[in-house]
Design a protein around this ligand. Structure first.
Ligand code: FAD
Length: 357
């Protein structure tokens, strides 16, 4: 396939913006290697943000306690000096590995990577930090509703349209959905109405979140609707109402302009399995010196990799990202071995960190 004119060329492409991918960007930046990061989620943080944003984490070295959200904020702060571009909300779908003759001509393989946002990247090294796979939202399965996907039906709160006077229905049962309904009521007064919809009057949320939600319902700021979506109405091809069937089998119309579906996310290994790399139980086997996969120039760090003794912990991903970054540096500069430098004493590193005035 020819390379499109708008392709982004970079030294390294990092697939996944979880803790391992973000720290890989930091270590690459320290070594003077440019990198871009791609993630399927519309925000950085991987499992930390998606699965336990406000739970305390106690086993990050030198950090007695933090939360998923705080850790990710610190990791993003740490990579600021390198201005690493993040390409969010797009899944890496294709990874083309150059053939041997192309390798010989250029002396260095250039990988071509394409995302679901039609963005192509050309990179000299790939760092796969894909965790347990791309987090993709669990879709709503109501016949015909997919016609509104991305317009009147969205799967992330930050994809909600800004338009005023929207009748928004939020569907789901977990903490995130209850919080989203509260946020919509409290912070976005321009909405005409907000309805929280679930098939049972049972929500899996923290007690204080539930208390706030119930107070908003009691004061009439939030409508609670218990039932299942059985169908929908349209007006001039636009979604205008949902048909909600309650526990007694009675169906009523719920006027809706925008539907926010938060039924959780499921990780999909998906494309990683199709890139021709050796796999072992859905993970990428790597060596423990470079964390390189079965393909030279393609590295794997964090939960996606496997090796004897592997522990799926954040701290393991940090170590792996560090050694992988050194291996990328050696690959890019094969005739000049990368020296070990300390951030405390190296003026080169301090300059890269923007700490030298
Ligand atoms: C409930 C829970 C609690 C935990 N608590 C702790 C703890 O206390 N301490 C600890 O050390 N560890 C903990 N862990 C484990 C820790 O969260 C993981 O080890 C860590 O998140 C792995 O980081 P990662 O960057 O490798 O992957 P992830 O955090 O999974 O991030 C991978 C990212 O890659 C993206 N991605 C994947 N495929 C693609 C693709 N094709 N295109 C674009 N993007 C893609 C995903 O969307 C995701 O954002 C916990 C895990 C869970 C589930």
């Amino acid at each position: 396939m020819p390379t499109p004119a708008n392709a982004i060329t970079t030294d390294a492409l990092i697939i996944g913006a979880g803790p391992a991918g973000l720290f890989a960007a930091f270590e690459l930046g320290l070594l003077g290697i440019s990198a871009h990061i791609v993630d399927a989620l519309p925000y950085a943080g991987g499992q930390c943000i998606e699965l336990y944003p406000d739970k305390p984490i106690y086993d990050i070295p030198g950090t007695p306690a933090t939360t998923g959200r705080q850790l990710v904020a610190q990791l993003l702060e740490q990579i600021k000096p390198f201005n690493t571009p993040l390409h969010l909300g797009q899944q890496v779908s294709v990874l083309e590995i150059p053939n041997a003759s192309a390798n010989e001509q250029t002396n260095l393989a250039r990988f071509k990577v394409s995302s679901t946002a039609n963005q192509t990247f050309v990179a000299k090294a790939i760092v796969i930090a894909a965790g347990v796979g791309a987090f993709v939202p669990k879709k709503l399965s109501v016949a015909g509703m997919d016609a509104f996907d991305g317009t009147q039906m969205v799967y992330h709160a930050n994809q909600l349209p800004n338009a005023a006077n929207q009748r928004i229905t939020v569907v789901g049962s977990e903490d995130a959905v209850v919080q989203a309904a509260i946020d919509l009521c409290q912070h976005q007064a321009q909405h005409h109405s907000v309805t929280l919809l679930h098939r049972r009057d049972v929500f899996n949320a923290a007690p204080e979140t539930l208390h706030t939600m119930r107070s908003l319902v009691a004061s009439g700021q939030l409508r609670l609707c218990i039932g299942q979506i059985a169908g929908f109405d349209t007006d001039k091809n636009r979604l205008s109402a949902l048909h909600i069937t309650d526990v007694d089998g009675v169906t009523n119309a719920l006027p809706t302009d925008t539907l926010l579906v938060l039924q959780g996310l499921s990780p999909k290994l998906g494309p990683v399995a199709d890139w021709g790399l050796a796999l072992e139980r859905k993970q990428l086997p790597v060596d423990t010196a470079k964390f390189q996969t079965s393909e030279a120039g393609i590295f794997a760090v964090g939960d996606i990799n496997t090796y004897p003794g592997k522990k799926k912990l954040i701290v393991s991903g940090f170590h792996e990202a560090t050694l992988a970054a050194y291996a990328v540096a050696d690959r890019l500069n094969p005739h000049a071995p990368t020296p070990l430098l300390y951030t405390t004493t190296s003026s080169l590193l301090l300059e890269r960190l923007g700490k030298l005035v």
